[in-house]
Design a binder for this molecule. Structure first.
Ligand code: ABN
Length: 176
């Protein structure tokens, strides 16, 4: 084991000669603070954070299976609540489109306007139940980003439209 002692001793001496205590402490401190900061980087938060979904309004009155339900104020399609899903979840065997039509609807419980995302559920033929065409704020189809009369089954594995869910994205603060 003498050779081992010899090697470690000479290595230690080399390290000691080529580095100062101050530079070691500074490097160690950087590593410590850098390591602690990694979890608060935006990418890390976005990757594992379901709580980024805004909380729905405390009061959510009405029957989601009717066209009169407040979230359905600007819809053009079949209500997923009548098709084996709910107002926020697609029926089994369908996939929610990540690309959507956005509308603004007033919640009668608090009189506030909310931004509603109308996500189409895709992968099965049209549901056929509870068709609604309410269209508040809808614009002609030559302006696709402001029109609801489109099949938004884009970015999904199937482009076949089945029904639409209504997700609350947040409170609308400004009239556009
Ligand atoms: N966004 C609902 C829809 C689907 C197909 C055609 C028109 C509208």
């Amino acid at each position: 084991m003498k050779w081992f002692d010899h090697i470690t001793e000479s290595l230690s001496r080399k390290v000691a000669q080529s580095s100062s205590r101050r530079s070691f402490l500074s490097g160690f401190g950087t590593a410590l603070i850098g390591g602690a900061a990694i979890p608060i980087l935006p990418v890390a938060r976005a990757a594992d954070n379901d709580s980024q979904q805004p909380a729905p309004p405390a009061e959510d009155p009405g029957d989601p299976t009717t066209c009169e339900y407040w979230r359905n104020c600007s819809i053009d399609g079949f209500l997923c609540s009548c098709c084996g899903g709910t107002k926020t979840s697609c029926p089994p065997g369908t996939e929610m489109s990540p690309i959507t039509w956005i509308g603004t609807c007033r919640n009668p419980a608090d009189g506030k306007d909310y931004i509603i995302s109308y996500n189409d559920c895709c992968g099965k033929t049209s549901c056929g139940n509870c068709f609604c065409n309410t269209n508040v704020g809808d614009r002609p189809t030559y302006r696709p980003h402001t029109a609801n009369d489109y099949n938004w089954c884009l970015g999904t594995s199937s482009a076949i439209y089945h029904c639409t869910v209504t997700l609350v994205l947040g409170i609308a603060t400004k009239k556009s």
